[in-house]
Design a protein around this ligand. Structure first.
Ligand code: FDA
Length: 392
């Protein structure tokens, strides 16, 4: 049987960061993953360029039943710390928008950085290795792997969430937590495209591929970013963001062109060029296909001059205040993250150790801390992994 100070299950962002820090502290560390390569989600992230952190990352960008839980880890290992590491490796990066930092080249550079750090600190990485059984011993854990038995003092669960099952995402971390008697909060797909009722979808089908600036709001939460019509419903950053706050049956309000007072624009067009068609007037500030569809949905006189204020108001509301109830979401198949997870009340916010099970740690997405779109989820993986790495 092999003995290690620390076994980390999951060679993703959080697991590798934890392993590096533990290795740095002289711990013998084994990282196991059932995938054939480490950091597969890092590889596909940010369209292949990995949005590895956000300049503005702060606790208010994270969703959790306990919003204060993330404060300690985010303070102890900040976005500046990770940026310094990226710079030390000479990886070129840029800010795309809203503080989001991406590699200029490829997300593989981030994976190589992490693997190189692990190698440097003597961390052993066993890939294509599954975990068959985990048992608590008097002073640690005994783990039956597909390739033998190992023992450790500290066990770190870094198996991520359920999103993209095709890539090997499992509910392993949640099941393990439950087996050790830890509470879980409800898990659901987040940062996910929303779907529409069949009749509305049929009507909006011609818009697939059209993008507009929008504010998407659900209750008091709102995000101002692009929105994309798709052949299944709605996507784009503003929709992905609001999906983390939306619940079945509730309404979403979309303000397309939030900077434009469409009613005033249409009134001005009516007085300046009353002989044009409504669609033509709308197409001056909306994508043509969208203008066309709104015009068709609001049948009226041929000339703009013949539209009443009331009618123009209704049309402008379809643009500036479109209210609808999504049918659902595309689910874990396309969700970027899983909302919910191991209840933070079960964990020490400084170390990520389970309060009731000494030596058992949970880091990254498996914990009930979910970031907004824009590099926040990786920052949580780095910060929580780093924090556990100081304690194991
Ligand atoms: P992660 O999922 O990265 O790693 C878990 C590891 O555990 C995996 O390697 C998996 O194989 C392994 N594992 C799971 N079950 C196991 C088992 N039973 N036995 C052994 N191993 C097991 N975030 C962001 O900040 N910026 C971005 O640009 C993006 N982009 C993005 C794109 C797409 C398409 C997705 C799906 C997600 C993103 N994200 C993102 C989110 C980000 O990828 C995610 O939050 C982090 O990868 C979470 O890191 P973890 O280490 O917690 O889990």
């Amino acid at each position: 049987m092999d003995l290690f100070d620390v076994v980390v299950i999951g060679a993703g962002a959080a697991g590798m960061m934890c392993a590096i820090e533990a290795g740095k502290r002289g711990r013998s560390v084994l990282v196991v993953d059932h995938a054939a390569k480490p950091g597969e989600k890092i590889r596909i992230s940010g369209g292949g360029r990995c949005n590895f952190t956000n300049l503005n990352a702060a606790p208010q960008n994270f969703i959790s039943r306990n919003p204060s839980f993330c404060i300690s880890a985010l303070r102890r290992y900040t976005q500046r710390d990770f940026i310094a590491l990226v710079e030390r490796y000479g990886i070129a990066y840029h800010e795309k928008t809203l503080g989001q930092l991406f590699c200029d080249g490829s997300s593989l550079q981030i994976i190589n950085l992490l693997v190189s750090e692990m190698n440097g600190y003597g961390v052993e990485l066993r890939l294509s290795t599954s975990v068959e059984k985990v048992e608590k011993t008097s002073d640690g854990f005994q783990i039956q792997l597909s390739q033998g038995l190992v023992q450790c003092r500290s066990l770190v669960v870094a198996t991520g969430g359920k999103s993209i099952p095709k890539m090997g995402a499992t509910g392993f971390g949640y099941d393990l937590a439950a087996r050790f008697g830890l509470k879980l909060t409800e898990t659901r797909p987040a940062l996910v495209p929303l779907t529409l009722e069949p009749t509305m979808l049929e009507r909006l089908k011609p818009l697939a591929g059209v993008a507009v600036d929008a504010v998407a709001a659900c209750g008091k939460t709102r995000f101002s970013e692009a929105m994309l019509f798709t052949h299944r419903g709605l996507s784009g950053p503003s929709i992905l963001q609001i999906s983390s706050y939306w619940r079945e049956g509730s309404e979403i309000v979309i303000s397309m062109l939030p900077e434009v007072d469409v009613f005033e624009k249409l009134r001005a067009s009516r007085s300046q060029n009353g002989r044009q068609a409504l669609q033509t007037a709308l197409a001056a500030f909306l994508p043509k296909r969208l203008a066309q569809l709104i015009g068709e949905a609001e049948p009226g006189p041929h000339n703009l001059a013949d539209y009443s204020d009331k009618h123009l108001r209704r049309i402008s509301e379809a643009v500036n205040q479109w209210r609808f109830k999504p049918a659902g979401s595309e689910g874990y198949r396309t969700a970027e993250v899983t909302l919910g997870g191991v209840d933070t009340r079960e964990l020490d916010s400084r170390t990520m150790e389970a309060k009731a099970v000494p030596g058992l740690y949970f880091v990254g997405e498996v914990v009930d801390v979910t970031g907004w779109l824009g590099g926040y989820n990786f920052q949580w993986a780095w910060s929580s992994g780093w924090s556990a790495g100081q304690a194991v």
